[in-house]
Design a protein around this ligand. Sequence first.
Ligand SMILES: Cc1cc2nc3c(=O)[nH]c(=O)nc-3n(C[C@H](O)[C@H](O)[C@H](O)COP(=O)(O)OP(=O)(O)OC[C@H]3O[C@@H](n4cnc5c(N)ncnc54)[C@H](O)[C@@H]3O)c2cc1C
Length: 574
Amino acid sequence: MLERFATDVLILGSGGAGLFAALHAHQANPELGITIASKGLVGKCGCTRMVQGGYNVALNPGDSIERHFMDTIEGGKWLPNQNMAWTLVSKAVERVQELENEVGCFFDRNPDGTLHGKAFAGQTFDRTVHKGDLTGIEIINRLMEQVWARPIQRLEEHRAVAFIPAAGRQALAGVLLIDMRSGAFRYVAAKAVLLATGGGPTMYRYHTPSGDKSMDGLAMALRLGLPLRDMEMVQFHPTGLLAGPDTRMTGTVLEEGLRGAGGHLINGRGERFMQARDPRAERATRDFVSRCIYEEMRAGRTTPHGGVYIKMGHLGQDQVAKQFKGMVERCADCGFDLAGGLVEVVPTAHYLMGGLVCEVDTATELPGLFVAGEDAGGAHGANRLGGNGVANSTVFGGIAGDTMANWIARNRAERPPDEAVLRFELARAQYPFTRPRGDLNQLRERLLDVMWDDVGVIRDGAGLRRGMSTIDTLERELLASGLADGERPFNLAWHDWLNLRSLIEVSKAIVAAALKRENSRGAHFREDFPEAGDLASSTFTVVRQRDEALAIAAEPVEFTIVRPGESLLQRAAP
Ligand SMILES: Cc1cc2nc3c(=O)[nH]c(=O)nc-3n(C[C@H](O)[C@H](O)[C@H](O)COP(=O)(O)OP(=O)(O)OC[C@H]3O[C@@H](n4cnc5c(N)ncnc54)[C@H](O)[C@@H]3O)c2cc1C
């Protein structure tokens, strides 16, 4: 049942972070054996491919790295790890040039040949570089071609299920995976492992990330006792399509540019409700608009499916059809007329700012384990700017590739796995085959509801405690239930069961962190603690699993580059 392999570098995930890491590790040392293991098909899975809007980078005259940095820090409500945020914005320049000149991407240009930057909410400069509204496909397709052109091994449709520490547990030895096609287990020993499974808050009733993401990587890190930071910070995008419960299109994003261009949000009574709440009206930031929509929903002023409407027709039907072709077609597929009519929308869980604690060079506290992309915590703090997500995964993915190659040069010895942990994890992954058949779908539906209702856009202590208790019950019920058959090849029910287990484990970390933060910052809003609190004494949450319980701490934010009240725009860069 268990096949064993060895590689130098093992990369979990084939999004922007994973593919960039592979290219950089190969460039740093072409002799290295590099393996990418991915739950989906390389180039066809994950969220990087889904990026519509674009990539933030300070390139054009009038913009600066300092300005991009200040937007990131202020957007993150002073919680980001400033050294990570600085690395993100400064390396983004180099990475975009690499994407164009070495990887082969073409982004849209201004008439003078410079890269076109579009406007994104929460930024003081139009710096979002893009390829129409299909930027992610351009990036991932070109990255995939570059990976294919190199001797990089691919384990596609391979699901990572556990990190296996070395004997003595002082370092990582490798990863246990399931070949989803055959159902066989594979242990891959590696000198360096990159976690790049891309977070993705798919435990909410309405969500945008790709279906292959179920927080497996963060669940694996939790089980090893590693620290996760900022887990309460789940970003909601205000305008997810709401097309009823019977379509997977519900929850998918209607892009921010619609509000940016002047779209109106209208409640179920036909009233425009944003003007009274913010001078920027619909152009206010994602978190605030999401909260306002949620309040309309709670007050019962809703559309037939329980959301609000977005209306674009006043901008001219032909203009909307031309400017937002993809969005108009997406809405038409679901029976809505975006250019001339009303489209139902709802806030939708989009991105997890929280993740595994790491250094700027992507090293974690466990020697041999590195992390990059949406799985890594720290760069965004309480809020991710639109356009900083794909910049984050490509910047830190590349850094991870360089770091791992250097690390291996200094740590060449094989590390045999702790065989007891390996046996334990093999049994754990097969656990559902030992239990009588249960109704997995209704458990999942209940998780989606409890996260939306009690741990969602607006929170309070009572709701969070109720949420934790419901999730505990769901976990017990999941562990009491199993699968109908014991077939291993392409057993999707088995993977649904494992997905649900990961989602439940990480949901508990989100609730624990949300209970710990008794103030409201960015994406985390508590009705019982609506104030932001003192910025100068800001803390970030850190969750660890100790034995079977979660330990939660608050650690001070270090203002290594700029302090609240200051701005880099008035002084020289670090
Ligand atoms: C609809 C949508 C639009 C977006 N638009 C933008 C935008 O305009 N600009 C922007 O900056 N950001 C945007 N984002 C966010 C952006 O997509 C992410 O920040 C970024 O792509 C994450 O990259 P990643 O490499 O960390 O993860 P991903 O690209 O999501 O890749 C994760 C990989 O991990 C694999 N995986 C998952 N679990 C396992 C497992 N157990 N074992 C092995 N492999 C596993 C997946 O199959 C996948 O290959 C958008 C996100 C969505 C969902």
